[in-house]
Design a protein around this ligand. Structure first.
Ligand SMILES: [Zn+2]
Ligand SMILES: [Zn+2]
Length: 400
């Protein structure tokens, strides 16, 4: 280790700051992308406008301090790494005269797919088979119209049919078609978030209020997480947070939640379901913050049980791409530019549906490694991706 130009015998940040940012109380600055991957330097306004600004290699500590002043946004362009190769896998295409209500209304079953259509739930295993009607209570009028969304557990025993940006949902027993549970998250600003619901192991976790999750056994309808969470009765465990879309980790140990708090600020969280179901009753009220941003409802995925991928890089000002976070510490551990669109994690890779087609990104490389033009899947399960559109069911199963 050698003494860096900032005067410190410390690990180098591998990035530079302008000379005005090497002292305490420096000016606010830009993140200026260097054009190499997502690397950037920090420059004050004067230096960002200069033809040949003086830049200083600094230690990690000095860079972090200057980064606290990076409130002016991004300049320049990142490098998007495209290393497409033929990913192989198997394709099947079949005629399928079934129309999901929207692109959130197709979900995986162990032997096929489940669609929520105008006629209710239809299983495709593979021939279309009517399972049940879906009757949700009428929603009260709101600025954001409710949008139907469908979820299934890995074992395919149940399905949750819910109103994103709405108040109600149901859980249906797919063997009998019977109603297993009615979901109601009450009427406090549901239009700001998708309906929080997820199957975790044999249980279903769903919001029962704007700031409260509960777990139910869908086989019996039993509530398993009785507890007090109101401010008046339990201020220590009161959680001032609007729960939104939820995504279980591959093992089901953790739950990734996309929600927000008044300001408003989007705060993606990781909840410890293993601790919750092992007896830590207030685990849902004590999630781990991954980021604080001025938006929410952005695509997210699990890369593996310890790593979360959030779309868009940055907090207040953002660029297209992905930031990776350690789910245990919340720390950002990497980022790469490019992907934008609905996203799934599978086998350590990230899969993104874009306007042009389907992209496969390798977070370890920070690069796109495959692209399928014209394929726009809307569901994932059992290692396969499905697109059901215009009477045609197209399925791609990438090589494991
Ligand atoms: Zn400067
Ligand atoms: Zn330093």
């Amino acid at each position: 280790m050698k003494v860096l130009p900032c005067g410190h015998l410390a690990p180098a940040a591998g990035a530079r700051v302008c000379a005005h940012l090497t002292t305490d109380n420096g000016p606010r600055c830009f993140r200026v992308l260097t054009g190499v991957a997502t690397r950037y330097d920090l420059l004050c306004t004067t230096c960002a406008e200069a033809d040949t600004p003086e830049l200083v290699d600094v230690c990690a500590g000095c860079f972090d301090r200057a980064e606290g002043l990076a409130r002016l946004g991004w300049l320049g362009s990142p490098e998007v790494l495209l290393r497409d190769r033929d990913l192989g896998g198997t394709w099947t295409t079949t005629a399928c005269p079934v129309t999901p209500l929207n692109d959130r209304c197709l979900a995986a079953l162990p032997d096929g797919w489940l669609a929520w259509t105008a006629d209710g739930l239809v299983a495709l295993d593979p021939a279309p088979r009517h399972v049940s009607a879906v009757d949700l209570p009428a929603e009260s009028p709101s600025k954001q119209a409710p949008e139907p969304a469908l979820y299934t557990p890995v074992d395919g025993r149940f399905a949750a049919a819910v109103a994103d940006y709405g108040r109600y949902g149901v859980v249906v027993d797919l063997a009998s078609g019977a109603l297993a549970l009615t979901l109601d998250r009450q009427d406090y600003h549901p239009g700001t978030v998708r309906f929080p619901v997820a199957f975790v192991g044999p249980l279903v976790v769903a919001a029962t209020g704007w700031n409260r999750l509960d777990a139910f056994d869908p086989a019996t309808g039993r509530l398993l997480t009785e507890r007090v969470t109101t401010y008046e009765e339990n201020p220590e465990h009161y959680f001032d947070y609007f729960f939104g879309a939820m995504l279980p980790s591959p093992s089901g140990r953790s739950l990734l939640v996309d929600g927000w708090v008044w300001h408003p600020e989007g705060i993606p969280l990781v909840l410890d379901c293993a601790a919750w179901f092992a007896g830590d009753r207030h685990a849902p009220e004590h999630g781990r913050t991954l980021a604080v941003r001025d938006e929410w409802d952005m695509p997210m995925a699990w890369v593996d049980d310890e790593t979360v991928a959030l779309q868009e890089i940055g907090d207040k000002q953002r660029i297209d791409g992905i930031q990776l976070h350690d789910a245990r510490t919340g720390r950002r551990t990497g980022m790469f530019a490019g992907p934008t669109g609905r996203m799934w994690g599978h086998g350590g890779l990230l899969y993104v549906t874009t306007d042009d087609g389907f992209e496969v990104w390798d977070p370890a490389e920070g690069a796109r490694i495959g692209f399928v033009p014209g394929f726009h899947p809307t569901a994932h399960g059992n290692g396969a991706f499905a697109e059901l559109r215009a009477g045609r069911l197209r399925i791609w199963t990438p090589e494991a």
